[in-house]
Design a protein around this ligand. Structure first.
Ligand SMILES: [Zn+2]
Length: 243
């Protein structure tokens, strides 16, 4: 009897398969030297990157051998936190209960350990998202300018978005962009990210001078902030809708 890999990976379409109960997408990369499995926490799907010269069949067989790892990675994905009444939403690193009362005005207000929302249930999620993003844009803008003054540089543009894999980025033209989700993290994490991006306005690399400048701007060691994001970053991506 021949045991095919179809017992473990079931094909649903030409390059769409299933592994460990999740959708598996095959990506052929001319630059990939070896195979790589990645579990996307946002979509709960698996991406298998394979070199061009490899057969799809051997790539799938290799992936099937890593089913346990995939199952564990899927199980480790934090639970989603939809912006629904009663939800616990982290804000500045502290849990805030989302209190909704349709009799109250539409605007969002911050109370002691809670975010108070009014208006119709419809659109509540979007209203809270916009409020958090506006708060993030204001605060990150202010802190960026503060560190820019300290470093004697200027950012040409400061913006927020919802990137998957970066908390901040700095372009050669001096544009700094952040993930709005930094507003969910503790203050020391957000500030370390700002110091990191502002230091890139001076050094567009991760060399010793760059790291020295980050520490000088932050007046602290940025390592705990990086460690925090490594541990809790995935959970931040599970909060609220994606913009
Ligand atoms: Zn960097």
């Amino acid at each position: 009897m021949r045991l095919g890999i179809s017992n473990i990976i079931s094909s649903t379409a030409r390059s769409e398969h299933e592994l460990g109960g999740a959708k598996l997408t095959l990506k052929v990369s001319p630059r990939a030297r070896r195979m790589r499995l990645h579990v996307d926490p946002r979509t709960r799907s698996v991406v298998l990157t394979m070199p061009r010269r490899m057969s799809q069949r051997s790539a799938l067989a290799w992936a099937a051998g890593h089913r346990l790892w995939v199952e564990q990675a899927l199980a480790a994905i934090p639970e989603p936190v939809p912006f629904a009444p009663g939800a616990s939403v982290p804000f500045h690193g502290e849990p805030h209960r989302l209190d909704w009362d349709p009799a109250r005005p539409r605007r969002i207000e911050r109370g002691e350990g809670r975010l108070v929302a009014g208006g119709p249930a419809e659109g509540l999620e979007r209203r809270l998202l916009r409020w958090l993003q506006a708060h993030a844009r204001d605060l990150l803008g202010r802190e960026t300018r503060e560190y820019c003054t300290k470093a004697g540089v200027k950012a040409s543009r400061i913006g927020v978005g919802d990137p998957v894999s970066r908390w901040g980025s700095c372009s050669a033209s001096g544009t700094i962009r952040y993930s709005w989700r930094l507003i969910l993290a503790p203050d020391f994490v957000r500030r370390a990210t700002v110091a990191h991006e502002v230091a890139h306005l001076v050094h567009l690399n991760h060399g010793p001078d760059f790291h020295a400048l980050v520490a000088e701007l932050l007046e602290a060691d940025p390592k705990p902030a990086r460690a925090w994001l490594k541990t809790h970053g995935a959970a931040l991506h599970r909060i609220g809708p994606h913009s």
